[in-house]
Design a protein around this ligand. Structure first.
Ligand SMILES: Nc1nc2c(ncn2[C@@H]2O[C@H](COP(=O)(O)OP(=O)(O)O)[C@@H](O)[C@H]2O)c(=O)[nH]1
Ligand SMILES: [Mg+2]
Length: 312
C-alpha cells in the first residue's frame, strides 16, 4: 500500500488516508514504512487542541470551526478522542452528528480514536494520526478530548494552540479550572454565551489570567455561541494571532520536543524511584541534608540512572 502513498495523498484519496491512519493507529507492519514515506511532507499543519468538560459544546464548536476554516479555504481534519470504551460507539456517534454537516465534505476528515487501549501511548498514537493528516494536506488538525484527565495533558503536548471550552453555570468547576490541566489554555472559550452567567465567567477568567505570570503569549478569552456560529470568526482570529505571535510557529518539531521531554521525564522518574543503589542512597541523604543544590542533585540523579555522564 505504501507504494504510491504520497501520490494518492496528493490526489486527495480518502481511502489512502483512512488506511494509513489505521496502520499507524494499530501499529501494523506497514506503519513503519508509512511513517518513513511521509516524513518529507510533514510540518505544515497547525494543530488545535480542544478540551473542556462534557457538554461544554466542544463538538458543536468543532463543527462551527470546521465551517469557518472551510470558508477560509483550508482543508480540515478532526481527531476525536473518545474517553469511553472503544466498544461503545455512542459518544462518537453523537459527536459525528454534531459535526455532521461537514461529514460528507471532501475537504474534511473526521476520525475517532479510542483513548483506552493506548495506555501511556495515546499521545504517540495521536501524534502519528496528526502526521498522516499533515502529510495528506490538511492544514488545520483539531483534536477534541473531554474532561481533565491524563488524555488532556497528553494532547496538550501535541497542540500548537490549546482551547479550553467553558460554558457558564459551572460554579465550582471554575475554581477547579484554576488548577490542573486548565492551566494549559492558550485561549479560553466562553461557549454558550447566549446563556446567563457568561459575563461573570468571562470576568472571572480574565482576572484569573491577570493574576498569573505568562510567557510570550497572554491567554485570551473569546465568547462564542457554537450553535449559531456567533463569535466563531473572532475565535479563529484569536487562534491566528496566537499562531502569528510565534509561540506556535515551531510546529511539529516543538511537538516532538514536548513529547520527548514528557516521555524522558516519566522515564527518569520511574528509574530514580525504582533504582536501589548505595550511590543513589547517598545522593538522597546529601539532598535531604541540603548539602547539594537541587539542580546539582537532579543532574547527578539523572546521570546515575541513565548511565551517561550529562555534559554541561
Ligand atoms: N445554548 C447553547 N447550547 C449549546 C451551545 N453549544 C453547544 N450547545 C449544546 O450543548 C449540548 C452539548 O454540546 P456538545 O457539542 O455535544 O458538547 P461536548 O460534550 O463538549 O462535545 C448540545 O445539546 C448542544 O446543542 C451554545 O453556544 N449555546
Ligand atoms: Mg463532544
Amino acid at each position: 500500500m505504501s507504494a504510491g502513498l504520497i501520490e494518492r495523498f496528493g490526489k486527495g484519496e480518502r481511502r489512502a488516508v483512512a488506511r494509513a491512519i489505521s496502520a499507524v493507529e494499530n501499529e501494523t507492519a506497514e506503519a513503519g514504512s508509512i511513517i518513513k514515506e511521509i516524513g518529507a511532507l510533514l510540518g505544515r499543519a497547525r494543530v488545535l487542541g480542544i478540551t473542556g468538560p462534557p457538554g461544554a459544546g466542544k463538538s458543536t464548536l468543532t463543527g462551527a470551526l470546521i465551517g469557518e476554516y472551510l470558508r477560509r479555504g483550508e482543508r480540515v481534519a478532526v481527531v476525536a478522542v473518545d474517553p469511553s470504551s472503544p466498544f461503545s460507539g455512542g459518544a462518537i456517534l453523537g459527536d459525528r452528528l454534531r459535526m455532521g454537516a461537514h461529514q460528507a465534505d471532501p475537504r474534511v476528515f473526521i476520525r475517532s480514536v479510542a483513548s483506552r487501549g493506548h495506555l501511556g501511548g495515546l499521545s504517540r498514537t495521536a501524534a502519528r494520526v496528526i502526521d498522516v493528516f499533515d502529510a495528506a494536506g490538511y492544514g488545520v488538525v483539531m483534536v477534541e478530548t473531554v474532561g481533565a484527565g491524563q488524555a488532556e495533558v497528553e494532547i496538550g503536548l501535541l497542540a500548537d494552540t490549546r482551547l479550553v471550552v467553558c460554558p457558564p453555570g459551572l460554579g465550582d468547576e471554575v475554581q477547579a479550572m484554576k488548577s490542573g490541566v486548565f492551566e494549559i489554555a492558550d485561549i479560553y472559550v466562553v461557549n454558550k454565551a447566549d446563556l446567563p452567567g457568561a459575563d461573570g465567567l468571562e470576568r472571572e477568567l480574565l482576572s484569573m489570567i491577570g493574576l498569573r505570570a505568562h510567557g510570550p503569549w497572554t491567554p485570551r478569552v473569546v465568547r462564542t455561541v457554537a450553535t449559531s456560529g456567533e463569535g466563531v470568526a473572532s475565535l479563529v482570529a484569536a487562534i491566528a494571532a496566537r499562531e502569528a505571535a510565534g509561540s506556535a510557529r515551531a510546529g511539529r518539531r516543538e511537538r516532538m520536543r514536548r513529547l520527548l521531554a514528557s516521555g524522558a521525564a516519566d522515564w527518569l522518574r520511574e528509574r530514580i524511584e525504582s533504582l536501589r543503589s548505595s550511590e543513589l542512597e547517598r545522593l538522597c541523604d546529601a539532598f535531604g541534608e541540603g548539602d547539594l543544590a537541587p539542580i546539582e542533585a537532579w543532574r547527578r540523579a539523572a546521570a546515575l540512572v541513565s548511565g551517561f555522564e550529562i555534559e554541561d
